[in-house]
Design a protein around this ligand. Structure first.
Ligand SMILES: [Zn+2]
Ligand SMILES: [Zn+2]
Length: 173
C-alpha cells in the first residue's frame, strides 16, 4: 500500500484506507505456521506537525502447530498500528520510535505493516499457557489423558524451570 506524502499533507480531513497484505510469504521458513490469512489493514492518514500520521489496526488469523503438544490451533490478531513519517534529505542518525524519515514522496507502507505484524506474533507458539505437552515416554497428549508413565507431572508454572534444567544438565548437582 502506497501513499503520496504531499497529497496527505494537503488534506484537511483524514484519509481512510483499507488494504490487505499477503502474509503467507512471511512464514516461508516457519514450520510452526500452518496457514495465515492476509493481513487486513484499516488505516487513517492525516497531516500533523509536519508529519503524516498513519494509525489504525491490522487483523489476521494464523494457524499454528503447538510447540509442546503438536496439536493445531488458531489465533486471531487485532494489532494496533501507529507510525509517523516526515520527509528528510538525509536520514537522521538516531531514529525515534515510530517516527520515520523518508526521502521519496511515494511511500510504500507494506514493510512497516509486515514488521508491526511480525513483532506481535509469539516467538514460540503454544496452544494455551498451561499446555502440558506430550509425555516424553509414551508420546500421549497430556492435555487429553493422564498416562501411567513414571515421569512425574510438572506443575506448568515450573515448566520454564524444567526446560532450563533439561538444557543445562551440567548445572545440576
Ligand atoms: Zn499445546
Ligand atoms: Zn506416558
Amino acid at each position: 500500500m502506497r501513499f503520496h506524502f504531499l497529497d496527505i499533507m494537503h488534506r484537511v480531513e483524514p484519509v481512510e484506507v483499507e488494504t490487505s497484505v499477503e502474509s503467507s510469504p512471511l512464514f516461508a521458513n516457519n514450520k510452526a505456521v500452518l496457514s495465515s490469512t492476509p493481513i487486513v489493514a484499516k488505516l487513517k492518514l492525516w497531516p500533523e506537525a509536519g508529519m503524516v500520521v498513519v494509525r489504525g489496526s491490522l487483523t489476521n488469523e494464523v494457524s499454528y502447530t503447538c510447540s509442546r503438544c503438536l496439536e493445531s490451533f488458531s489465533e486471531s490478531y487485532d494489532i494496533p498500528f501507529d507510525e509517523s513519517f516526515f520527509q528528510a534529505v538525509n536520514e537522521p542518525d538516531d531514529d525515534l520510535d515510530h517516527v520515520n524519515a523518508v526521502k521519496e514522496d511515494q511511500i510504500d507502507l507494506t514493510p512497516w505493516l509486515e514488521e508491526s505484524f511480525l513483532l506481535a506474533l509469539p516467538f514460540i507458539p503454544i496452544c494455551k499457557p498451561d499446555c502440558l505437552g506430550l509425555c516424553s515416554e509414551c508420546g500421549s497428549n497430556r492435555n487429553l489423558s493422564r498416562c501411567r508413565c513414571s515421569n512425574t507431572r510438572i506443575d506448568p508454572r515450573l515448566m520454564g524451570l524444567a526446560d532450563w534444567i533439561d538444557q543445562h544438565p551440567e548445572d545440576q548437582s
